[in-house]
Design a protein. Sequence first.
Length: 246
Amino acid sequence: MQTLETYSKFVLPHLNKIIIKNKLVLEKISKKLVSEVKNGRFLFVFGSGHSALFPMELYHRAGGANFVIPVSNAALLPFYGPKKLRQLERKEGSFRKFLDHCAPVKGEMLWLASQSGINGGIIDLAFYARELGLYTVCFTNLEHSKNVQSRHSSGKKLYEICNIVVDIGGRIGDAVVPCKKGLFLGPVSSLSLIFLGHSILVNVCAELENARQHCVYTSVNTPDGELLNLALEKIAKKRDPYLNKS
């Protein structure tokens, strides 16, 4: 029998497992990102569909970093229309314009999130990022990805193209809570992405702040929040196309 506590019984051990499993990889990413930010570079984050929550969650928020730039667009969200979004996700070349809009510089880091890592759009984006000389980090469910066929013309999957891979874990199909034969409830990919993303950024931002390189936003819903964020936004505006809209 499922209860309100059922999901947590699956999710909490899962989150603990993936932080331990990816520890060395996360440390490597953190170390590189600290160095990049100290040298004035930015971090770009991409996801589509429900993975679009990943860049949204990490961007311009209380406790978040001013060096994060989401590679995002309304067309990447489920509300764009599930069928239209699926077509976009599977079309090679469809995501390049969103990355171009953010104008990353050669050598900068790009996080690419995809639970399955098999669709043509994001795999093409990884190839394109490599052409641009970006350092690509893949966040994917390896158990799922290794057991399904690629939809890209190369036959490659996302984890086979990127510079480094973070395994977000989970089972084939994402949902983890058994309901009845052949049917599962409770996906874990979005939670896993956000958890791992914040784990890296907390580590990176703490080191930068302790080195007197201020980068962490304060909630604008506190008395001094907006004032405290002005200097950080001034730096970010040099590169962040979304901040320049306001």
